[in-house]
Design a protein around this ligand. Structure first.
Ligand SMILES: *Cc1c(COP(=O)(O)O)cnc(C)c1O
Ligand code: SF4
Length: 311
C-alpha cells in the first residue's frame, strides 16, 4: 500500500529516530491512523519542543549499566542488549535513544557482556534483548547463546523479541533448530493489537512452541492504539489461541519522543478490571517501571467490593 506521507516531514523526524517498516508489517497497515500504522509511521510529535526537552533515559538504564549494553538492576538477572536493530522501529520505543543505530552494539560489547556475566555468580538469568536479538544472523545468536549456556551459574535464558509479530517469516526452521539446543529457553514476544495476530504470526509462534520454548507476551498500553478494554481483552484471548501466554501489560515508559502515546494509570486499571472473569490464562500482570531505575512493580485494580461481600 502507498501511505500518504509528507517526505520532508518524515525526513526531519528520522534524523532523530530511524524508521523501518518491512513489507510484511506494511501489509498489516490499513491506513496511517490505524492501530498498526500508528505504531510504525513517524509522527511529528516525536520531535516537537516538549519531546526534545524530555529525558531520553528516565529509567537510568545507563547508570545501571556496569558495562555497555548490559543493565544490572536486579541481583539475579541482567538485561543484555545484543542488537540495536529491529524488524520495525516502534515509534513509542522506550529505547529510542539507542535502537536503529547499529554501531551501538558490536562484537566487542557482546563479548564484554558475556565476560561480565561469567564473572558475576549472582546472575542466574539473562534477558537477551535489544533492539531485537532475533534479527541477528543465526551464527551470531548461536555464538551468544553458546557462550551464555557454558556459564555454570546461568540457569535460565530468555529472549525478548518482536520478530514473531513484526517479521514472522524470520522464524525459520534453521533458527528454531538452533534455539532448541539451549533449553531452558523462554521467549517473550511483544504484541500490541489483535490485528497483529495473523496466520504468519501464528505459524511462527507454533514453530517456537513445538520446539519446547514457552512463549509469553509483553504488551504496552498505547494511546489511540490499544487503550480500550475490548481491544486488550480480544488480544489476550487471541494470544492463547497461538499458544502465547500473556505475561505483562506495561504502562508506557515515557521517554523523550514518545509522549503522545502516553495513557493514564486509571485507563490501565480499568482495563485490568475488565479482564476479571475471563480465563486466568489470559490475565497478565499490569506493570509500571519506576522512574529512577527502581524496577517494575505490579499495579492491581480494586477487585474486591467490601460492601458487596459484607466484610
Ligand atoms: C524488565 C527488566 C528485567 C526483567 O524483569 P522481569 O520482571 O523478570 O520480566 C530485567 N532487567 C531489567 C533491567 C529490566 O528492565
Ligand atoms: S521492537 Fe522493541 S526495541 Fe525494537 S523498536 Fe520496537 S519496542 Fe523498541
Amino acid at each position: 500500500m502507498i501511505l500518504p506521507l509528507d517526505k520532508s516531514r518524515i525526513e526531519r523526524i528520522i534524523n532523530f529516530y530511524p524508521m523501518r517498516i518491512n513489507p510484511y508489517y506494511l501489509s498489516l497497515i490499513k491506513h496511517a491512523n490505524c492501530p498498526i500504522g500508528k505504531q510504525a509511521i513517524p509522527d511529528i510529535r516525536e520531535i516537537d519542543d516538549v519531546n526534545i526537552a524530555g529525558n531520553p533515559d528516565p529509567l537510568c538504564e545507563e547508570i545501571q549499566s556496569p558495562v555497555t549494553n548490559l543493565i544490572h538492576r536486579y541481583p539475579d538477572r541482567v538485561l543484555f542488549m545484543v542488537s540495536a536493530e529491529c524488524a520495525m522501529y516502534c515509534r513509542f520505543c522506550m529505547r529510542k535513544r539507542k535502537v536503529g543505530y547499529p554501531s551501538v552494539v558490536t562484537d566487542e560489547t557482546r563479548n564484554i557482556g558475556i565476560e561480565y556475566i561469567k564473572n558475576n555468580k549472582h546472575i542466574q538469568e539473562v534477558v537477551i534483548s535489544g533492539g531485537d536479538p532475533l534479527l541477528l544472523e543465526d551464527q551470531i545468536l548461536d555464538y551468544i547463546l553458546k557462550g551464555l549456556r557454558s556459564i555454570d551459574h546461568i540457569e535460565i535464558l530468555r529472549i525478548h523479541s518482536r520478530v514473531p509479530c513484526t517479521l514472522p517469516q524470520r522464524i525459520t526452521k534453521d533458527l528454531v533448530d538452533m534455539l532448541r539446543q539451549y533449553h531452558p529457553l523462554f521467549i517473550n514476544i511483544h504484541f500490541n493489537h489483535p490485528d497483529e495476530i495473523t496466520k504468519e504470526a501464528s505459524l511462527a509462534c507454533g514453530a517456537l512452541s513445538d520446539a519446547g520454548i514457552p512463549l509469553g507476551c509483553q504488551t504496552v498500553l498505547l494511546n489511540g492504539v490499544n487503550n480500550e478494554q475490548n481491544i486488550i481483552k480480544t488480544l489476550m484471548k487471541k494470544l492463547l489461541t497461538i499458544r502465547v501466554r500473556p505475561y505483562y501489560i506495561h504502562q508506557l515508559d515515557v521517554v523523550r519522543g514518545n509522549h503522545h502515546f502516553k495513557t493514564t494509570i486509571e485507563d490501565g486499571l480499568d482495563i485490568m478490571q475488565s479482564l476479571y472473569g475471563i480465563s486466568g490464562l489470559c490475565v497478565p500482570q499490569y506493570m509500571i517501571d519506576l522512574p529512577g531505575g527502581g524496577g517494575k512493580v505490579p499495579l492491581l485494580p480494586q477487585y474486591l467490593k467490601y460492601d458487596a461481600v459484607n466484610i
